[in-house]
Structure formats: C-alpha cells, structure tokens
Design a protein around this ligand. Structure first.
Ligand code: C2O
Ligand code: CU
Ligand code: CU
Length: 520
C-alpha cells in the first residue's frame, strides 16, 4: 500500500517520475530520496526496455568469407525505439541513452560459458554493475534496472565473468553505450550527422579468416596482441566525410594494445572529452600532437575536415613507440620467430598501424562555432582518506598489494567512504616485471591529480590527464594519484584492464560506504 500512496503523494506535489529523474544529478541521486519516493520511481514501465542477447554468430569482418564470432544483438522491447542503433561486423549494437532515463535490460546468455554484462564507466547500483559474482550460466538471464546518472559521454558495455572476459570480448562481445543530455546539447557540438564512433580493436586473423585467440605464456604476460586493426568490427575501415567539423568518439576496446593515435599528415588532435564527459571551461580543448589511448579508455575529438589540405584523404594511424614493458616484449619477439610461428603470436606492442581512413567529399566547407565548454562540476567534499595500491607482475601474474582476485573478499585498504574524496595512489614502481597497467575502477569517475614522471619520453606528450576518467594508464616506474568520490554504496571492483592481466587475477573488489563485508 505504501507504493500506491507514494505515487499519490508524488502526483499531489506535482512531481512526475520523469521530472524527478531529470532533476537527479551524479553525486546526489536516487539513494538520497525518501524510500517511498524511490519505490514510486521504480514502478511502472521503464523509459527504455532492452533485450540483449550474447550468442555465437558468423559475420563478415570485412575481408573474405564469414568469421566465427561471439556477438551481442539487442532489441527495444518497450519504450523509446531509437535507444538501440545497429552496428557493423561483430560489434554489439550501440545503446543510445539519455541521462535521467530509467533503463531495464534483460541480458540473455546463449554462450557456452557463464557471462554477465558490465556497463563500463557507468555509475549504477552495485547489483546492476555486472560483478562476476552475478554471472549467469548458459541459457539463463539477468535483469538490470537502473537510472542513467552519468553525464553525456562515450561509455562501453562488455562481459565480465571471472576468467572468461578476455576471450569473450576478443571474439566480439562489446559495444558502445552513448549517453546524451541537455547540458551537452547547449555546448554547440556538431550535429548527429557529423558524429562518428570508432571502436578500435586489434585481432589476429588467420588465413581462413578466423580469429585466433592463442593463450601462450607470452599472451598471459603481455596480453593478447593482434596484427589486424578492426574498427567497429571490420577491417580496413574507411569513412567518407563532409568538409565540415566532425565529432569523433574513439574507444580502445583491445585486450592489451596501447595506441599512439595521430593523423597521418601530422595535423594536431583536438580533444573535447575523455572517458566520462566533456572537459570543463577551465580545461577547454586539449590539443596534442598524438593521443595515447590505453585499453578501454575513450577520447572524443573535434576535427574540421573543411580546412583545405594537400590531400582529400587523411589516415588515423597508431605511431610506433618503444614497448614500455620492454623485457616482456623482447621475450615475445624472441619466441615469435621460433616455436609459435610469427603470425600466430600477433604483433609487438608499439608497432606502427593504420586504423582508419577518412576521405573528404568535395564541396564548400561549412564552419562551426567553437564549443562553449560547460562550467566545472561541483567538487566532492574533501575527506583526507588515502589509499595506496602497489601494482606488481611476478611469476606470470599481476597482483594488487600482493593479492589476487577473490570473489567476495574486500581488504581494509579497499574501502572508500561515500560522497567524499579519497586520494587513491596506484604505484607501479615496486619491482616485478616492468609492465604498463591500464587501471580501471568500477562505479566512479575520477580525476588524475598527480602523475610522477615515469611516462616514456615517446608517449609523454600524448597523455591527457584532464577531465574525468575511469581508466588510467600507469607506466612502469610510475605513481599516479587519483581523486575518487564514490556515490553508489556496496561492492564494486578495480582491476588492470589489460584483459589477460584481469583474467589472471589482477582484479580486486572494493567497497564503497559503510557495511558488513568479509575482510581478508
Ligand atoms: Cu571495462 Cu571491470 O571493466
Ligand atoms: Cu568498468
Ligand atoms: Cu596489467
């Protein structure tokens, strides 16, 4: 009966669910509402109701005959019909959501292994976060129900079952999750027709056009590296663009490859957003000669294809750089020629690669006004809490403060208070095998507040530590300090997003807020 009454109350006070949701912002959110109101909100149909299926499939990845893949398909079974947009190749469809919307997703596992879906970068309740303890067996499903609280930005979804994540993503299970909101619309960015998304992945494709996911000792160490770049699930990606400013959303969804993204003609790159939303007015456009993008990081660019150039074609490339995990890379190369056979080993980290080409159509260029970046977000309350996590790689396995993943365990140094700032330091300078680790934290977006000078010289100029991130690359010999202020209570996780490191156990739970939990 409480429910009916709450709905009546909401009606009497003139609050519709929609209006209420629109007023919620990251940092306050649904949890701060009285219980009765919360249940009133969760009542009734969601704004978007999606059925998301993971299953084996056979698709064209752009060259030759069909390739065996694992693939997400999705349909809107209720609510806003354009919330799911089709994709190419093996890539999962794009989920196109608006901030404030309540989204229900029924995930159906038609794979041969357990699985669960994680909304990478999204701040959702712990039960909707896709923690591996929620993995469902083949033939079963899991229902998510959450409200989109993130600011407009480029996010991802992918499987997260412990030990199977690398393989499932490699064979195709991943997709984009785009969030839009009114604030972003006020910025004056290029219209939807001038918006392109590029999900960048490297794969080993054999002569039979099948993908090879070989777990050699080297793969376990460096992560799986491929020699073919796929963009949005197809090889040899080529875009035709109008002579005007485009918004390019770039996402690195590779198991282990770091890209040094640059334009082939040497023009600079203009970034407007990082993992989690636009830069603010104090940061503005971030211009770099090239941009370093680690696994599962995103960056958004503005590129004016209307500026006259010598050629009508420009290529997005990944420039060569020295493998920051030099020792492991050397071992890979030594073994590559021998027992494994070159091609099956994939390529070295830091190899020059072509990502996608852009051909500019003829016609008179259209000028866009420069964007007006939003005001800085309200900073979180200062807390004085500090956490320190040592990243290490020994005996073929990465660890976090000397620990490996345990399904239910949280240690004392893995607890963060809610709604106030914790300074969390990741240090990659305490021995073991030198290796770069892209560190990711679930359920939050953080700021990089300090980076020691460990980044290699040939990558340093391409780092962007402005804006909000959920994944940060920590180079060997380096310490990175983050400001983190979780707002959703309960058990989340943090891990290296090199998928082979993650599956190998370089992953731990973290706990936000007070609460009973088994400690180690
Ligand atoms: Cu992108 Cu724990 O995940
Ligand atoms: Cu995540
Ligand atoms: Cu790692």
């Amino acid at each position: 009966m409480i429910r009916t009454q709450a709905t009546d109350d909401a009606r009497r006070t003139g609050w519709t669910r929609r209006r209420l949701l629109r007023s919620l912002t990251v940092g306050t959110g649904i949890a701060s509402l009285p219980f009765e109101w919360r249940s009133a909100i969760a009542e009734g149909p969601p704004d978007v109701d999606i059925r998301l299926v993971a299953a084996p499939d056979r698709v064209s990845i752009g060259r030759g005959s069909g390739t065996d893949v694992l693939r997400f398909t999705a349909e809107v079974v209720g609510g806003r019909a354009d919330a799911v947009r089709p994709s190419t190749g093996y890539l999962g469809p794009t989920l196109d959501l608006r901030r404030g919307e309540r989204v229900r997703v029924e995930f159906v596992n038609r794979l041969d292994d357990p699985s669960i879906v994680h909304w990478h970068g999204m701040i959702v309740p712990a039960r909707d976060d896709g923690h591996p303890r929620f993995a469902v067996a083949p033939g079963h499903s899991y229902v998510y129900d959450f409200t989109v609280r993130n600011p407009a930005g480029t996010y991802l979804y992918h499987p997260h079952p412990h030990g199977h994540t690398g393989r499932q993503i490699y064979f195709g299970l991943a997709g984009l999750l785009i969030v839009r909101d009114d604030d972003e619309e006020a910025v004056g960015l290029p219209q939807r027709g001038q918006e392109l998304s590029l999900v960048i992945q490297d794969r080993r494709v054999g002569n039979d056009n099948q993908m090879v996911f070989k777990r050699t000792m080297m793969d376990t160490m460096t992560g799986v590296l491929g020699d073919t770049v796929l963009v949005n699930g197809v090889a040899d990606a080529a875009f035709n663009v109008a002579p005007r400013t485009h918004r390019l959303r770039l996402a690195n969804v590779s198991n282990a490859r770091i890209y040094k993204l640059a334009w082939s003609d040497g023009r600079p790159m203009h970034a407007i957003a990082r993992d989690s939303g636009l830069f603010d007015r104090s940061e503005g456009m971030q211009t770099r000669p090239y941009i370093v993008l680690a696994p599962f990081q995103r960056v958004e660019l503005l590129e004016d294809f209307g500026v006259p150039k010598k050629s009508h074609k420009v290529v997005l490339v990944s420039r060569s750089f020295d493998d920051p995990g030099g020792m492991a890379g050397m071992m890979r190369e030594m073994m590559g020629g021998g027992m494994m056979g070159g091609a099956m080993m994939g390529d070295a980290q830091g190899k020059e690669l072509s990502v996608a080409s852009f051909t500019v159509a003829a016609g008179s260029p259209t000028k866009n006004d420069p964007p007006t970046f939003p005001e800085p977000a309200q900073p979180a309350r200062k807390g004085g809490n500090e956490l320190h996590t040592r990243l290490a790689f020994n005996m073929m396995q990465g660890s976090l403060n000397g620990r490996l993943f345990e399904m239910d365990a949280v240690a004392a140094d893995e607890r963060l208070p809610l709604d106030e700032e914790t300074i969390w330091t990741f240090s990659n300078d305490t021995g073991g095998m030198a290796m770069p680790h892209p560190m990711h934290i679930h359920g939050v977006r953080f700021r990089v507040i300090e980076r020691s000078t460990g980044a290699p010289v040939d990558l340093r100029e391409g780092l962007i530590d402005a804006g909000y991130q959920d994944t940060v690359l920590v180079f060997p010999g380096e310490r990175v300090r983050l400001a983190v202020a979780p707002s959703e209570p309960g058990m989340f996780m943090y891990h290296c997003h090199n998928l082979e490191h993650e599956d190998g156990g370089m992953m731990r739970n973290c706990w936000f807020g007070p609460g009973p939990v088994r400690s180690t």
